[in-house]
Design a binder for this molecule. Sequence first.
Ligand SMILES: Cc1cc2nc3c(=O)[nH]c(=O)nc-3n(C[C@H](O)[C@H](O)[C@H](O)COP(=O)(O)OP(=O)(O)OC[C@H]3O[C@@H](n4cnc5c(N)ncnc54)[C@H](O)[C@@H]3O)c2cc1C
Length: 299
Amino acid sequence: MKELNKIKQNVKGKIKKDISLKNYNTWKVGGNAEYFYEPDNLNDLTVFLNLVKDEQVTFLGNGSNVLIRDKGIKGFVVCLKNSLNNFSFDKEGIFTFEAGLSCMKIAQISARKNFSGLEFLCGIPGTLGGALRMNAGCYGGNIWENVNSVILINKSGDLINKSKKEFNIGYRNVNLDEDSFFVSASFSLKKNELRDSRDKIKNLLQHRRISQPTGLPSCGSVFKNPDNDSAGKILDSLGLKGYRIGGAYVSQKHANFIITEKSAKSDDVEKLISFIQDTVLKEKKILLETEVKFIGEKS
Ligand SMILES: Cc1cc2nc3c(=O)[nH]c(=O)nc-3n(C[C@H](O)[C@H](O)[C@H](O)COP(=O)(O)OP(=O)(O)OC[C@H]3O[C@@H](n4cnc5c(N)ncnc54)[C@H](O)[C@@H]3O)c2cc1C
């Protein structure tokens, strides 16, 4: 990267070279980012993207739905989890959140103002950007349900307004050009006359603690549920709980969760995922699709 000094002189955010991404994903595995950038604010991000428009760029939120491969990621990793965290709202219930805000914070902000519709986000350990990309959801709610519009940024740093109608929204997926990234979203929320959003959040978090291995390194559900079935139940019925490859194993508490130990490599997780898919295909004739996204160089 010949121009690195020029880029550094023109942006306010932090740029680092060759840094480990283990602390930037919830499985705590994977290799290094060739370059790593955390914007100071939205304007800084637009300047940065324009300067690196010919380079490979990968966006990362909290890394809670990615498997970063051991060989790391070429080009720039743009991490939003410590920036782009402004928000605004009005009396009518129009809330606008920037993409680096955590799902938990968004649930709390709207609940505190007594507006309802985003309580379910409380236990999802991602950023808004990642949640929009994944159409994150649980307990009957999905992030895109209450979206009015979003602002995207393209690889040249241009900002583009889009309404919800312009997207095809599916199960844990939304159509998005490879070169577009979410920087904010605007939601329409309902006034909650019962003022019980904070109780709802407490109950949802309690339910998660009981049913999921919270507190251990995972990426949540690894596989999408097949139609009218549950990936976790299928894995459990095949006796896969506890099955291990290297430092990665299937959780005893919830079979759709893979847990990593300190010694785990990303490759252990990828091999375990393939083993599970092969087993389910052979035994049940079902092809399990992953919810988690694989990023970085293949070995
Ligand atoms: C314990 C645990 C529980 C979980 N429970 C749930 C759950 O109940 N429901 C659920 O849906 N998910 C759940 N997840 C998965 C995960 O938290 C969500 O998918 C979350 O929305 C991912 O957000 P992130 O910021 O971590 O995204 P990342 O993992 O950083 O990124 C995910 C994908 O989005 C892309 N991306 C990131 N930011 C942007 C952006 N600004 N613009 C465009 N693309 C971007 C990345 O390149 C990547 O492809 C859970 C995960 C864990 C660890």
